[in-house]
Design a binder for this molecule. Sequence first.
Ligand code: SF4
Ligand code: SF4
Length: 252
Amino acid sequence: MADQSFLFEPQFDALSAAGLNLIAVFELSRLPSDLNQQIKQQLAQVDRRPDRFTRLVMLGNAGTHFWDGLTRFGMEGPHPLDRYSLQLTHQFIDSISAEDDENLMLYPQTDFNLPLQQLGQMAGWGEPSPIGNSIHPTYGLWFAFRAAFLTSVPLPAYTAEVKPSPCLTCVDKPCQTACPAAAVTQSSSTFKLNECITHRLKPQSSCAQSCIARMACPVGVEHRYPPAAIHYLYGASLTSIAMWQKQAKHED
Ligand code: SF4
Ligand code: SF4
């Protein structure tokens, strides 16, 4: 793990206080070659001078703090999480960039396809869990990727220490037994997405506005999102699933 002194305190402190309290900086040239290639190929399609970007920065939220800031920001209008994350990210970029520096947003709300879960593993943010989401060693299932950008600012590389997944020592695995659809199995790769979706779309589903399996996980419970945030997230995802299913039926 690199030294944290690069983190432009107080710039990162301000970002963290507003809710984006996870950061990782990757040197593009030191990424695994397949990942580097994947990013460069996409970049070449949208940018004429891709080589000026040398760092990939990822930002995330962990725990409850983001939601306090989001409530103050306001939930009105479409995609408030993305809009709040982008506002904070642009403020951070402005605070660390000199006039000649250049930056390019990759996530959210672009067509850029980033392997977020893989990058999150490399950043020390967590490993895939049986419910599909990554699990953080401290925050458990209560964190998320919120933004990623490329920059010409020569930031020192920074990642958190990569720790073993808490799932490896979780003997009872309450996420599996709690899931009413038996969608949660031993690993993320065998998660039964169709069973989960079918259960969630049932009238008065017990998983309409929450995930019972996620709530059953004992890791990082003190960092669990506020109830209103959980209802918002799962309500929004249920609406998306219902729309997607309606469209798919229409196209059949
Ligand atoms: S309940 Fe155990 S196995 Fe399931 S996600 Fe949490 S730590 Fe991992
Ligand atoms: S949302 Fe419900 S059905 Fe889907 S994994 Fe969570 S507990 Fe299981």
